[in-house]
Ligand binder design. Structure first.
Ligand code: DGJ
Length: 731
């Protein structure tokens, strides 16, 4: 089926995916209005939704003459300019050389093509001719000849539409973009809730649902990274929408820097959402002929609630965003030495952990922070990507060979965007950091941001890192980033281009990551930003997994991973079993529970395995083999949130179902035990109602309908934080 259609007569564009429809129309004065986004409405063109009335204090374009009913201030538009009578939040603002800043966008033309558009230097979904179609609508500003290409990538089978904007200065004068949102979405008279994912370091992506209110509200980051504080993924949904029922719309920005999602409910009860690069400290100069492309927003719609919306994102990212060969193939299960040793290790200690890991059946040893330069604490060494032979005698190749010889793979940690003042790199190139002239530096974790807007800086760092990676067999890299971007000024850019620094920084990160993944296509690449400070769709284009949080406490992780699951596949969440009392919370949870929670992610360990008791070692062996058995479900299956940890304080349960519905795993944690306990029934999802499923532990056989409608009782536990584990197979 053709997913993009243009009706020449009515000038209506209709985009279709398997379960959604999107419409816009060219109306008077070459205005492109938004008609509809939601469930498929057949062959109706939704022009009837546009009702024009004379609205006080909402002006009319000059060419409308005496008609006081046509006003850009109230019309739902596809992408709005500024200074044209639309007083709402808008898509684009541009400064001109004469000091004016109006942009009035009019429809010019459109083009469709098979396959998905791409964006220069920016991550975005990819799609072959069979998977996606592209619509490129050109709007233009008559006075400056600025062309605005609205790009739509329509993935019929995936139920996803992507949006981005390409600006082209076709005029004779330089224009300065002051705001260029990636998309705009206008809803006519819809009272909705906003679901967003906020938090802080070690408590990322907590879930909040709020009614939209009149005026503007926003979700944003100004930290130079997508941030721990607000994730660049939001959901708008109907008031009654729940996990299984109701309309909802997802908006995910594939970008890892400053961003803003603004939502305005206006005087007419209409809602406008815009999302893109944060206008704060942003401007970008376009000389004649220059082009600027915005990052991409990935949109999805579900009429069957939030669970389905998440599953749309999970499938779409796994098939058409994450490029790594590991996206759906088994990943080595690792042990990371960070929580085991922090900076305090030598080669013997590392090798002993690797040996203990091998003994329990792990596949890979990952050497975290502290192996390079003079890095014995966190105030030195960043920027000197040369092994510290005082700690690792004989160098990395020797250690790696030893580790490989016992049948273990080897992975390593890097933090390429940063420098310590106490480092050879900083002593040699103090001017290579971001620094505002005459002002003192703002440190964070004692470190500074390298000015990676500069190619020579990027190349220098990557060259050093490549030397290390080429010196031995490295199967995995963890790329960390441990401070927000600050001191935002680049000595290499003229004053009128300082507004470009934040964005150029992100482009620099992407360019470095692209170098890494194209040079080592077989590398398993994990992103990290003090845990989950850059957990976004942009990063997933480069790496199939992201360290979800520096908080490894199994109970806190329940909320962190729950929130993350709304917008991101489970297989992208780095999750490790760590020691108790937990280093972040001091809490003690059963070893089994920690494994159950970590297995809702990219399972691994992060503790001193040498110190495990023989009983724990035996349990770990079992956990590893159980995870290997279910890994395909994490990577390719459907995920269901069976409970909400914000409402249910007794237990948290989730479920994986294979695509063919033949297997299902239900895992979770019983949070607290009570005397004389209630029996809690949980209701499975996504099964074949008439098929029979056998409980692997008990041998009982149930129909799918029984598991879904009659439910199964949770085990009656002893003590708090007990693991919940069920496995059913179609019999
Ligand atoms: C922050 C990361 O999230 C941790 O896992 C660890 O790698 C430290 N940085 C090392 O400095």
């Amino acid at each position: 089926m053709k997913s993009i259609n243009y009706n020449e007569k009515t000038k209506v564009f209709t985009l279709r995916t398997k379960n959604s429809m999107y419409q816009m129309q060219v109306v008077e004065y070459e205005t492109l209005v938004h008609l509809y986004y939601g469930a498929d409405i057949g062959d109706t063109e939704a022009s009837h939704r546009i009702v024009c009335l004379d609205r006080g204090f909402s002006g009319n374009p000059y060419e409308a003459g005496a008609d006081r009913t046509f006003s850009l201030d109230v019309l739902p538009q596809e992408y709005s300019g500024y200074g044209n009578g639309d007083y709402r939040i808008n898509g684009i603002e541009v400064g001109h050389e004469d000091g004016s800043d109006a942009v009035h966008l009019r429809y010019e033309s459109y083009r469709t093509s098979k396959g998905k558009y791409s964006l220069e230097g920016l991550p975005c979904m990819f799609g072959t001719e069979d998977e996606a179609e592209t619509l490129d609508i050109t709007l233009y500003d008559r006075i400056t000849d600025l062309k605005v290409h609205l790009l739509y990538g329509v993935f019929y089978d995936l139920d996803v539409i992507t949006r981005a904007v390409r600006l082209e200065n076709k005029g004779e004068d330089t224009v300065t973009i002051q705001r260029a949102m990636s998309m705009e979405m206008d809803y006519t008279n819809k009272h909705m809730d906003l679901i967003h994912f906020y938090g802080r370091h070690t408590m990322e992506r907590l879930t909040e649902r709020l009614p939209l209110h009149h005026g503007v509200q926003s979700v944003e980051s100004k930290r130079g990274m997508s941030s721990h504080q607000h994730n660049p993924f939001v959901i708008l949904c109907d008031k009654m929408t729940s996990e299984k029922h109701g309309d909802c719309f997802g908006f995910a920005l594939a970008y890892s820097g400053n961003y803003r999602c603004e939502i305005e409910v206006d005087q007419m009860e209409q809602t406008r959402l815009v999302m893109g690069i944060h206008p704060y400290h942003f401007s970008f100069r376009l000389n004649t002929g220059d082009v600027f492309e915005t990052p991409e927003v990935i949109m999805a719609y579900s009429d069957c609630g939030l669970g389905k919306l998440s599953r749309i994102y999970h499938d779409a990212y796994r098939s058409n965003l994450i490029r790594s060969k590991y996206v759906t193939s088994p990943r080595p299960i690792l042990v990371n030495n960070w929580e085991a040793t922090y900076f305090d290790f030598d080669e013997e200690k590392l090798f002993n952990i690797a040996k203990a890991a091998k003994d329990i059946g792990l596949d890979m040893f990952v050497l975290d922070d502290g192996w390079f330069g003079k890095r014995n604490t966190d105030d030195s060494g960043l920027g000197d990507w040369v092994v510290n032979e005082e700690k690792i005698k004989g160098g990395l190749p020797k250690l790696v060979k030893k580790i490989n010889a016992i049948g273990m793979k080897f992975g390593i940690w890097i933090e390429p965007e940063m420098v310590s003042e106490d480092s050879g790199l900083y002593r040699e190139h103090p001017d290579w950091v971001l620094k505002i002239p005459q002002r003192s530096l703002m440190r964070s974790r004692h470190q500074l941001n390298l000015d990676i807007t500069r190619k020579e800086v990027r190349d220098h760092v990557m060259k050093q890192i490549f030397r290390v990676l080429d010196s031995c067999k490295v199967d995995y890299v963890k790329w960390d980033m441990n401070r927000s971007v600050g001191n935002v000024y680049s000595a290499a850019l003229p004053s009128e281009r300082q507004g470009e620094v934040y964005h150029r920084y992100v482009l620099g990160v992407y360019e470095m990551m692209e170098q890494l993944v194209s040079r080592y296509p077989d590398l398993l690449f994990e992103n990290c930003c003090g845990g989950g400070g850059r957990f976004d769709a942009g990063m997933l284009y480069y790496s199939p997994q992201i360290w979800c949080s520096d908080n490894t406490d199994a109970i806190d992780r329940l909320k962190i991973q729950y929130g993350t699951s709304f917008g991101y596949p489970i297989s992208t969440m780095g999750a490790h079993v760590s020691v108790c009392p937990n280093h972040q919370t001091g809490r003690t949870t059963p070893f089994e529970t920690r494994a159950v929670v970590a297995s809702a992610g990219t399972f691994g360990y992060e503790l001193d395995l040498e110190h495990l008791s023989s009983e724990e070692k035996e349990m770990a062996r079992k956990q590893i083999s159980e995870y290997k058995e279910m890994e395909h479900l994490v990577q390719t299956g459907d995920y269901y949130r069976l409970s909400d940890p914000y409402r249910n304080h007794d237990y948290v349960v989730w479920q994986f179902v294979s695509k063919d519905k033949k297997e299902t795993v239900v895992n979770g944690v019983q949070l607290r035990n009570e005397a004389n306990p209630h029996i809690h029934l949980i209701y499975l999802e996504g099964l074949e109602p008439e098929a029979h499923y056998e409980d692997e532990k008990t041998g009982y056989v149930y129909t799918g309908a029984a598991l879904m409608k009659a439910g199964i009782p949770l085990p009656v536990g002893v003590g708090d934080y007990q693991p919940i584990q069920f496995k059913f197979r179609m019999s």
